[in-house]
Write a protein that binds this ligand. Structure first.
Ligand SMILES: Cc1cc2nc3c(=O)[nH]c(=O)nc-3n(C[C@H](O)[C@H](O)[C@H](O)COP(=O)(O)OP(=O)(O)OC[C@H]3O[C@@H](n4cnc5c(N)ncnc54)[C@H](O)[C@@H]3O)c2cc1C
Length: 388
């Protein structure tokens, strides 16, 4: 009863998706999670943690059956993406340019997780162990023994989907490279006077970008990036004072807003040196924590999920032993370089917009204006950001 094909540690958005995608292949899965997501009721205020879900992630969530449920709860599609530094460099990406009806959706993280949990709970191949925490992992050549706080279980493979401070990664002695950014991000849920629900935008400043993510109804999630001390100062303001600070600092196109709630998050970059060690795999933020500036974090995690499912399905189809390290290493080959490229692109953007010199500003704005005049380049960049 305590023997599984795969144990997924962490039932967040990525861990839950990974468990479902492998259960689809007929594998027997256990998911270990510290705490269950709170149930949904329509009167609940919007959560602060939201994600811009790409078209590629939407396809995965549809395949796993979570999307249909989130649609019945709440989500906000957007068709356009505006980016600029100086007003004259304003560049707009439109779904119609890449023959899509929308570019993505803003969805509360908890609702994504909850929709997948409903599917986990209904799946006969999945055992959900919650509340439960990981204590230790011991690998031998054909099996992994996993000690949890209330029981011991065994598996052919273990997937660490336990987030940025992954214990699985630590217990497997997988090192990381990375750093803490000088900036923090403040997430602020606001009620907006103007309806602007079909666009998401981001204005760049040397101190960090200011972003608006639309939420259903006249609501929005604002993201204010700044150095840590300034974010600390903003966090201490009353809702009224914060509303005034937003009016003073955010672009006029936001219109009048009323602050509902807010919280600050430190920004870190971490990249696991390996995504795979013998029978242990890392996925999602446990493998890579990226600067959230372009809203790619969970989208990269969902790409990991797809890649791992593909690698294992192909091995099963070819009659290979699917849990052999030789097979599992193909997942790392498919994902590590792609994730590194995205992390490095984000850092290049972060560094280039951090330059205060007038010459650097001129070059950045000229670059944005040039992108506007090159529809092929613009559409290619847009399709990449949408995960197409
Ligand atoms: C300010 C900010 C804004 C962001 N905006 C976006 C965005 O717009 N778009 C986007 O794609 N991404 C965004 N991200 C990134 C995104 O939130 C993460 O990439 C995503 O949450 C990672 O999901 P995950 O399932 O890998 O990890 P997590 O969400 O961290 O889930 C890990 C799970 O593991 C559980 N767990 C941990 N340790 C244990 C243990 N020992 N035993 C049992 N369970 C355990 C936890 O309880 C948790 O449920 C943003 C991040 C930040 C900080």
């Amino acid at each position: 009863m305590n023997q599984f094909d795969c144990v997924v540690v962490g039932g967040g958005m990525v861990g839950a998706a990974s468990a479902l995608s492998l259960a689809e292949l007929g594998l027997k899965i256990a998911v270990v999670e510290k705490s269950a997501p709170k149930d949904f009721t329509p009167v609940q205020a919007f959560d602060l943690r939201v994600s811009a879900i790409s078209l590629a992630s939407e396809h995965l969530l549809k395949q796993l059956g979570g999307w249909q449920q989130i649609q019945q709860w709440r989500m906000c599609p957007y068709k356009r993406l505006g980016v600029w530094e100086a007003e004259q460099s304003y560049t707009e990406f439109d779904a119609a340019d890449i023959k899509q009806t929308h570019l993505g959706h803003i969805i509360e993280n908890r609702l994504i997780q909850l929709s997948l949990w409903q599917k986990l709970q209904q799946h006969s191949n999945i055992t959900l162990l919650c509340p439960e925490t990981l204590i230790s992992i011991e690998q031998n050549s054909s099996n992994v023994a996993i000690t949890l706080s209330k029981q011991s279980i065994n598996a052919k493979i273990v997937i660490g989907a336990d987030g940025a401070n992954s214990l699985v990664r630590k217990l497997a002695h997988i090192g990381t490279t990375g750093w803490d950014y000088a900036q923090s991000a403040m997430l602020i849920n606001v009620k907006t006077e103007k309806a602007q629900q079909d666009i998401t935008w981001q204005q760049f400043y040397p101190s960090g970008p200011l972003a608006m993510l639309p939420m259903p109804g006249n609501f929005a999630s604002l993201v204010w990036y700044h150095d840590k001390d300034e974010i600390k100062r903003l966090s201490a303001l009353s809702p009224h004072q914060l509303t005034e600070a937003i009016a003073k600092n955010f672009p006029a196109r936001l219109g009048k807003v009323e602050v509902i709630n807010q919280a600050a998050f430190p920004l870190t970059r971490r990249h696991a040196n390996q995504y795979h060690k013998n029978q242990i795999l890392l996925i999602g933020d446990a493998a890579h924590t990226i600067n959230p500036m372009a809203g790619q974090g969970v989208n990269l995690g969902f790409k990991d999920v797809k890649a791992l499912q593909h690698v294992i399905a192909k091995a099963i189809g070819n009659g290979e032993t699917w849990h052999e390290p030789k097979v599992l290493s193909r997942y790392q080959q498919q994902r590590r370089t792609d994730n590194l490229l995205m992390m490095t692109t984000m850092d290049a953007l972060y560094l280039s917009f951090g330059h205060v010199s007038p010459l650097a500003k001129l070059a950045r704005n000229a670059g944005l204006m040039m992108v506007n005049k090159l529809p092929k380049v613009k559409n290619k960049a847009l399709a990449y950001a949408c995960g197409l």
